[in-house]
Design a protein around this ligand. Sequence first.
Ligand SMILES: [Zn+2]
Ligand SMILES: [Zn+2]
Length: 275
Amino acid sequence: MSNLPLEVVELLGQTIAKVVPITIGLALVFSVLTHFWACNPGKPWWRKRELITDICYWFFVPLFGRVLRIGLLVVGAGFIFKIHDADELIAFYDNGHGPLAALPLWFQAVLFLVLSDFAQYWLHRMFHGSGFWKYHAIHHSSEDLDWISAARFHPVNLFLGTIGVDVILLMAGISPNVMLWVGPFNTFHSAFVHANLNWALGPFKYVLATPVFHRWHHTSLEAGGNTNFAGTFPVWDILFGTFRMPANELPDDYGVGDQAFPSEIGGQLVYPFRH
Ligand SMILES: [Zn+2]
Ligand SMILES: [Zn+2]
């Protein structure tokens, strides 16, 4: 236990070392793309309001996610599979376990993406309901929506909306090695769908969530905000009647429409507990 603070500092260092080059890469890519294909021309992303808030989430979320994911996997293995020994634990999760781990790794990765996206579609709809909205409102509070806004999530939203689902799938036996593909894909794709781009990808708009698809989700309720819940595959919205991509129209005007909504990370983290 005495090494815990040191381990957290080490984990923080590792996370920052990993996140910084990815951030620089994404910043360069989206600076160029949004210069030519902006959905809402105007300010570049680095002059957006609440940039500092988004940067705080950008570094805080990967660290929080990593600690929580590892913690839940350890607790889950102890409770459900009665595994308490550290070496046994590593062997148990190393390459997955059971029938799912016997499938080819690429197939496990696809399965992971499809199953987690389906679960997250319904959890996302749950977070738009009255009881959970106060947690999810944080994500919708960006008024200058851009790629850097992608990580703005309350920890409760991360726990119930994404990390909990990942942990259940890994506990079910899918190999954590799928994360070698799924992790970078999710990072890039979530930045992509929030980017200020007018890309709808033509007929592929039914296959993969695009910036226009997800930016409609961030508009007000009247403008169509209660649609396009899918994170990756719009097929869920098509199947369950929540798909909305008006032809020849682009979304604008994002946010929760509340002037009193806290703009800095500290205020946002405590916001749900005060409402
Ligand atoms: Zn939402
Ligand atoms: Zn979003």
